[in-house]
Design a binder for this molecule. Sequence first.
Ligand code: ATP
Ligand code: MG
Ligand code: FE
Length: 335
Amino acid sequence: MLVLGIESSCDETGVAIYDTERGLIGNQLHTQIAMHAQYGGVVPELASRDHIHRLVPLTRACLDEAHVDLQDLDAIAYTQGPGLGGALLTGTSFANALAFANDKPVIPVHHLEGHLLSPMLAEDKPEFPFVALLVSGGHTQIMAVTGVGKYELLGESIDDAAGEAFDKTGKLLGLPYPGGAKLSQLAKLGVAGRFEFPRPMLHSHDLNMSFSGLKTAVLTAVNKVKEAHGTVDEQTRNDICLGFQDAVVDVLSRKVQDALKQTGFNSLVVAGGVGANWKLRERLNQLKVRVFFPPLSLCTDNGAMIAFAGAMHLQDARAVGAFDVKPRWPLIATR
Ligand code: ATP
Ligand code: MG
Ligand code: FE
């Protein structure tokens, strides 16, 4: 069975084809990072307009790459939410129009389920059940996953998502948008122990987390350095990056260990953009459980995870009818 997947929830346009026999056979992506960088963040209207320009050529390129004809497809999956309303509408309208014109069924996909299942696109795939750490730009959640569609929320950030904290901290350190990846590169050059930041909610006796205070702690440290020296030199900035990253990674790794203990599961899946972080990977790989990450290129938004999640929900495929998007849409109700 062949499923075309379309992602347009934020600032990446992704189109991919997943074959249930052969795996991923086409994967095209355009990131708008350069376009939004000059504004220091995603400008929703620009994002929507750019998706409109990209969807047709990317779909053509994806079909060519996979040597597949539109008629060969069994279903068209698309991200229905959560995300930016206008951006979601572009992919949703395109997917439904394409399906209607070619008499194919559609499968609306939850973006976070896409992230959550993306490690199954790696060579070394996890098996159910597993604990999932979903760490992206908009979400930080720990889940117990016992099957496709069987997700239980064990804990989550009560304020900023980890990726958001990385980006905001990057911004206040003067790094270009999006600051997360850049901050983690600079952390490699940092000296350990010079800056100790708080580990919020480390001992909260639940699996919830908080990252917004950490950003304030970094701001306070930056201000102190500026007061004393007038400026933050490169080495100091790198040391702050390392201190910040260590604090986030400490909290994530502690909470994940607690979740593994609580569930008794011995597999861990890490998904979402922050899953690309080298320190988090290093730390979690030391745990005495099997740890699965998506391929690096599939950590951030992409069409492949939507095509894959769509393929896992082929039984939910439906004829094109009225469609809507769900900009706010929890994957599972909060406990
Ligand atoms: P969501 O999926 O919750 O709607 P999103 O789609 O914006 O949010 P992703 O695309 O999964 O999130 O991930 C983007 C986030 O990952 C950004 O916040 C980015 O800074 C962060 N990120 C990417 N690479 C790294 C890295 N190496 N270290 C830390 N953070 C990173
Ligand atoms: Mg993005
Ligand atoms: Fe995402």
